[in-house]
Design a protein around this ligand. Structure first.
Ligand code: SF4
Length: 390
């Protein structure tokens, strides 16, 4: 397979669906959690759930780094803007995530704060070079996939002596979060969430490899299949998970072999290890404090750490009332369980990170039309939409 269309072939999807139906044991349930929002979107965009047997259920997990970033960190970024008059650079999704007091980075930008959307860390470095009289802070966010560019930027800033550049580091790590979910009372004690197996992250695993998941597959006796983001990837991985569960196995298997190896990208890992190190603890939206689940900047690069360069006041933060994001991120609720879904909260007017992020579960439920009224369907041209309303 060389081209993207081949991973979306209808005939192959039907064959895979048949194989899953044939092999799924009708006397049991298969609750399969996709950790990544990319998988959630593939499931909804291509209607993968409709091809599954009734006893196979997708459980949506933490999704994406924007979704799991706690409100507090956005409030802190806003206070950096207000207290220290910095130029704050970050990726687009983050701009619209609601912060406390009905603020967001987009809103404070509209009020005059200097917030700039960037496409890469190199854009942020360029802004710092172009504005030598201003402090430029890069709001770094992402799972393991985006840590190498942040490490490169910090090294580059040090090599250039770029004294007005620093990084507000919010990089988080996936294996610790999966372990935290499996250890949560909702999974372990109450049984509110049943998780029989995991679709392992794809892009993340291209950096860290599949090896880090081996510990908890063994410890918690849950199979993991590293899955690509195309619909046939998801279906093939579902079949692999069903087979493992039928055979009583709990191993790490790799469906995404065209990108992921067991050891990952060693060069990128070395680079990240030179610049970043584990935080003792970090707060995740929905999961709370998770030990050793995030990265901070190492001492030799401390001059480029915004948290050391600027005193950041302790702020008291709050979620939007009624937003169920924290429970959705733990797999306890679905977007449609939220009273605000599609009424008060839409991608145009998001109340929580899961509706803002292009990988969020609420955005996935909404974007492909499945849970909208006919007049809200995305594919209808305006004239048809008007007729439907009439
Ligand atoms: S629909 Fe909106 S308010 Fe409800 S959980 Fe999702 S993001 Fe939060």
């Amino acid at each position: 397979m060389k081209y993207i269309e081949e991973f979306r072939r209808h005939d192959l999807a039907q064959q895979l669906a048949q194989a899953i139906h044939d092999e799924a044991d009708s006397s049991r349930q298969y609750n399969l959690m996709e950790f990544c929002g990319g998988h959630t979107h593939a499931i909804f965009r291509y209607g993968v759930q409709d091809l599954m047997p009734a006893n196979e259920r997708f459980v949506h997990g933490p999704g994406c780094p924007v979704c799991v970033l706690p409100v507090k960190r956005i409030d802190e970024a806003i206070s950096l803007l207000h207290e220290h008059d910095v130029i704050l650079c970050t990726y687009g999704d983050l701009l619209r995530v609601p912060a406390s007091k009905r603020k967001s980075l987009m809103k404070v930008k509209a009020e005059g704060a200097d917030v700039r959307m960037v496409y890469s860390t190199q854009d942020a470095l360029r802004i710092a070079r172009d504005n030598p009289d201003r402090q430029v802070v890069f709001f770094a966010i992402g799972f393991e996939t985006t840590t190498p560019p942040t490490a490169v930027a910090i090294r580059q800033a040090q090599a250039e002596g770029l004294e007005n550049f620093s990084v507000f580091c919010n990089h988080v790590l996936t294996p610790a979060a999966i372990q935290n979910i499996l250890e949560s009372p909702e999974v372990r004690d109450i049984g509110a969430v049943s998780i029989d197996g995991f679709f392992g992250p794809s892009h993340v695993s291209s950096i860290i490899g599949s090896r880090p998941y081996e510990f908890f597959a063994e410890e918690f006796q849950r199979p993991v299949v590293i899955a690509g983001f195309e619909p046939l990837d998801v279906m093939q991985s579902a079949l692999m998970l069903v087979r493992q569960l039928n055979e009583g196995r709990h191993e790490v298997e790799n469906e995404y072999t065209r990108v992921v190896s067991r050891d990952g990208n060693l060069k990128a890992q070395r680079l990240v290890g030179e610049v970043l190190e584990l935080r003792r603890s970090f707060e995740w939206r929905g999961l709370g404090e998770v030990p050793y689940s995030a990265l901070k900047i190492k001492q030799p690069y401390a001059d480029f750490d915004a948290e050391r360069r600027f005193p950041i006041p302790v702020v008291s933060s709050s979620e939007v009332k009624g937003c169920e994001c924290p429970r959705i991120l733990r797999g306890v609720k679905k977007p449609t369980d939220c009273k605000l879904f599609g009424t008060v909260c839409t991608p145009e007017n998001p109340m929580g990170s899961c509706m803002v992020s292009s990988e969020g579960a609420c955005a996935a439920y909404w974007s492909y039309g499945r849970f909208r009224a006919p007049e809200q369907q995305p594919d209808q041209p305006p004239t048809q939409r008007q007729e439907a309303v009439a």
